[in-house]
Ligand binder design. Structure first.
Ligand code: PLP
Length: 438
């Protein structure tokens, strides 16, 4: 295995020293092709050796500005020293014991930290939430469906077209994103109805048409919704949409499950994105940014909902002590400046993208909150142009800027929350140069 000295800090802007992919990257990509599942979706041949803050270095010594955070995960930046220290200290003490059958303090402490911050009604209990730890977003949603069905004794679920909730059977059944994610995998979990996302017209259709014909509301256990649709294109819903879901849930005794896997953990400038709308859900699912890159997820519910008995739901690894230690350090960092930075840098980014939109009609106006921002790429007639989007992403890579697509033809910007204003400007400059030539 290749070892790269890690004592030298990375530059804060892209630095390319080989053509891309370089020789080492090329060799690793070839080895990968022979042995890993072809279902992975790599857009460009980036072979990462190390990361620091908002920058990553590949195995050939090329340095990239990362506007992806490893799909919206490394919230505190790559290898934040405080997160690394927490991981090192915890891993020297205890790697694993399984919170399902035993106790250890980091799991309790992280549960407390999350619970006191959960945007649920303050009730009679000491904490406004209970927490179940998982290893991923899909698992969090899987468990949330189980909890909703268990508590309500109802089976039906409403989810949204364009939503992404994960790829295990329950989570995949909620996902309404791309046909390839479902094709040949059926039958899926029954009882899920998808409606369009983000509009009042869709909620009218739910209440006035579906609830009065094929979907008896008193048999619906949950409405599962992303506060900002992630993979679907970083879609911010219409004003009042999330409040109205809350009202519908209250009217029919349905649980409101908010999937904060991508939007949560500080990315939008609030710990949970739903806080922007002041809506109090019943269940929140989270993962991705929660432990700055270690595999961890969580289901938070109002305390009275977790009535399931011992053995009803459990996991060997979920709430691993090392991941929990990283989670505790992550929350501390988010609250001591990174969420505030996400708001400031998000505003700068949206202002810069608005200028690009004014210069280049193929770039739509930006949308999003904090550092969850996207633009669509459009053809001369104003239609979505995913080929143009893909060319821009490729060309940006060849100039040292890492981007990811989402939705029909969007580029998403979900950098580590440590990004600074020079780096935001560098990303905008590269995109501007790229758009001129694609
Ligand atoms: N929910 C949302 C909103 C997501 O964006 C994702 C992943 O992109 C998931 C769930 C699934 O998370 P994981 O890939 O950790 O299973």
């Amino acid at each position: 295995m290749l070892s790269i000295p890690i004592n030298l800090p990375l530059p804060s802007a892209p630095r390319l020293v080989t053509s891309l992919p370089g020789p080492r990257a090329k060799a690793i990509v070839e080895r990968d092709r022979a042995v890993t599942s072809p279902s992975y979706t790599r857009d460009y041949p980036l072979v990462v050796a190390r990361g620091e803050g908002c920058m990553v270095e590949d195995v050939d010594g090329n340095v990239f500005l990362d506007m992806t955070a490893g799909i919206a995960v490394t919230a505190t930046g790559h290898a934040h020293p405080e997160v690394v220290r927490a991981i090192q200290e915890q891993s020297a003490r205890l790697l694993h014991m399984s919170g399902t059958d035993f106790y250890y303090e980091p799991m309790v402490e992280l549960a407390e930290q999350l619970a006191i911050r959960a945007p649920f009604p303050r009730g009679k209990t000491e904490f406004p939430a209970r927490v179940f730890f998982t290893n991923s977003g899909a698992e969090s949603n899987e468990g949330a469906i189980k909890l909703a069905r268990y508590y309500t004794k109802r089976s039906l679920i409403v989810a949204f077209l364009g939503a992404f909730h994960g790829r295990t059977y329950g989570a995949m059944s909620l996902t309404g994103s791309k046909a390839v994610q479902r094709a040949n995998f059926g039958p899926l979990v029954p009882g899920v109805t998808h409606i369009p996302y983000g509009t009042h017209a869709s909620l009218d259709y739910l209440e006035k048409t579906l609830f009065t014909t094929i979907l008896p509301p008193h048999e619906v256990a949950a409405i599962v919704v992303e506060p900002i649709q992630g993979e679907g294109g970083y879609i911010v819903p219409e004003d009042g949409f999330l409040q109205r879901i809350r009202e519908i849930c209250d009217r029919y005794g349905i649980l409101m499950v908010v999937d904060e896997v991508q939007a949560g953990m500080g990315r939008t400038g609030r710990l949970f994105a739903i806080e922007h709308w002041g809506v109090k859900p019943d269940i929140i699912t989270t993962a991705k940014g929660i432990a700055s890159g270690l595999p961890l997820g969580a289901i938070l519910s109002r305390p009275e909902l977790m009535t399931w008995p011992p053995g009803a739901h459990a996991t060997t690894f979920g709430g691993n002590p090392v991941a929990c230690a990283a989670g505790i350090a992550t929350i501390r960092l988010l609250e001591s400046g990174l969420m505030a930075n996400a708001i400031r840098m998000g505003e700068l980014l949206q202002a810069g993208l608005t200028e690009l939109h004014e210069k280049f009609p193929c770039i739509s106006l930006p949308r999003g909150k904090g550092l969850m921002v996207a633009v669509d790429l459009l053809d001369a007639e104003g239609n979505y142009d995913h080929k143009l989007r893909d060319r821009i992403i490729q060309e940006a890579f060849s100039r040292g800027l890492l981007l990811l697509g989402c939705g029909k033809a969007a580029i998403r910007f979900c950098p580590p929350l440590v990004i600074n204003s020079e780096q935001v400007q560098t990303a905008l400059d590269i995109i501007s140069d790229v758009v001129k030539i694609v």
